[in-house]
Design a protein around this ligand. Structure first.
Ligand SMILES: [Zn+2]
Length: 258
């Protein structure tokens, strides 16, 4: 067992072991790339990214350079260290052109978290255990503070499917869901007896939140990157279609409750 995620059993009580490092947030670096949230919105979603840079140093340079015009609220390196680069009250420039549930330009309503990873361009790696533990700690904090629910924890590729692949198919959404930090269907349901395949795909993706109106194929791939990460083609086999409709039904059910 990984000692960082193990537990000590004292009597019947399970006491989580220390993470192995202190959870704290560094404010050593600041990015100039932010603005006031339009409409003074409070954040109601979190968008997870990978940096797609060869090193943490180059990620800092890019996220804190005025010329790059990009930033994020948080950056987490592979050792699990967390830096805050922009105040949460401000809109940081992490999502760019984006859409979810017909809402556009999500910078104004979201918090952006970057995970150091070279990404698909420079050698995509598994996210480290420490990085995931820090992300989970940070997500819990943000979700509690702004009452953000698990269905509003998204990947960049979910909201910008035609432009982005991050955080990518190696990101463990199911792990987050088990901790109440994202959505994962609890059971796979049967398909209706009679259905129009294309219409069912369209309706399901749209009801989850994807910008299927403008990007059908890219939305299918983004969905698969998130929920069927071992098969990234832009078509859906019958079993995959069942996963899609189950996810859509699950989102609809959760949204009806919340
Ligand atoms: Zn991104």
């Amino acid at each position: 067992m990984n000692p960082m995620i193990g537990s000590l059993s004292i009597g019947k009580k399970l006491i989580p072991k220390h993470y192995g490092f202190e959870m704290k947030i560094s404010r050593k670096y600041n990015s100039p790339n932010f603005e006031v949230r339009k409409g003074n919105l409070l954040p109601n979603k979190v968008i997870i990214h990978y940096t797609g840079m060869k090193s943490t140093k180059s990620a800092f340079q890019r996220l804190c350079s005025q010329q790059s015009k990009v930033s994020s609220h948080y950056l987490i390196n592979r050792d699990g260290k967390i830096w805050q680069l922009v105040d949460e009250e401000m809109s940081s420039w992490h999502a760019g052109e984006s859409s979810w549930l017909n809402e556009k330009n999500l910078n104004d309503s979201s918090i952006g978290v970057e995970l150091c990873n070279p990404g698909h361009e420079f050698g995509y790696m598994n996210f480290s255990e420490k990085q995931m533990l820090s992300l989970e700690w940070l997500l819990k904090r943000i979700m509690d503070k702004y009452k953000i629910s698990p269905e509003s924890i998204l990947g960049h590729s979910d909201v910008s499917p035609a432009r982005k692949k991050d955080p990518g198919e190696k990101f463990k959404w199911e792990r987050l869901a088990k901790k109440g930090l994202s959505i994962w269907p609890t059971e796979i349901e049967e398909l209706p007896k009679v259905y129009d395949k294309q219409a069912l795909i369209y309706k399901s993706l749209e009801s989850i939140g994807y910008d299927v109106k403008n990007h059908v194929e890219e939305s299918i791939i983004a969905f698969k990157r998130h929920f069927i990460p071992f098969a990234l083609e832009s078509f859906l086999l019958e079993g995959e279609l069942k996963i899609l409709t189950s996810v859509a039904n699950y989102y609809n059910k959760i949204r009806r409750i919340s």
